[in-house]
Design a protein around this ligand. Sequence first.
Ligand code: SF4
Length: 179
Amino acid sequence: MAKPKVASVWLEACAGCHMSFLDIDERIVDLIGKVDFTATPITDFKEIPEVEVGVIEGALGNEEELHIAKELRSKCKILIAWGDCAVFGGINCMRNFMPAEKVLEEGYVHTATTVNPDGVIPCDEVPALLPQAIPVDRAVKVDVYVPGCPPEADVIYYVFSEILEGRIPTVPTDVMRYD
Ligand code: SF4
C-alpha cells in the first residue's frame, strides 16, 4: 500500500516548530517508513503535490503566505496548524498594534542595523503585507491544532501516530510550552 503523503510549509515563523519535529530523534526513522514526506523546508521541493496531510508552521502575514496556505489547503485532506504562530498568530501579532505601513517603515528604514539613506521601502520585490498577521484558521479551515512554542516533539509524534491510525487527534492545551 502506498504511504500517505505529507507536505509542510514554513510561513511567518522562526523554524523552531520544524526543529522540534527533528527532536523526535530516532523515531523519525520509524515515521519515514510509514509516511512519504514531499514538499517540506527540509526536502526543498518547489511544488506542493496532492497529499493526505498538510502542515503549516507560522502565521499568515503577507499575500504570499496567504496564497501558500490556500494552496496547501486545496491539496491536502487533513490540515495541521503547527505551533502557536499557526494556531494563534503568535509573536507575529505584535505588529498588529500599528498600521502595516509603519511596520514596513520600521523594518526598512528605522531599524538600527538598516542602511537605507533614501528611505525606499520595497513594494515590487517583496509580497505585500496583510493589514494584520493572522492565525491560519482566519484564512483556511484547520483540522488539527497543535499548540506550543514550539510544540513538544512527543506531541508532534503523537499527532502523526494518531493520524496514521485514522484518527483526528485533539491535543490537550496543557501541553503548550513556553520555556
Ligand atoms: Fe517559532 Fe514558536 Fe512560532 Fe514555532 S510557534 S514558529 S517555535 S515562534
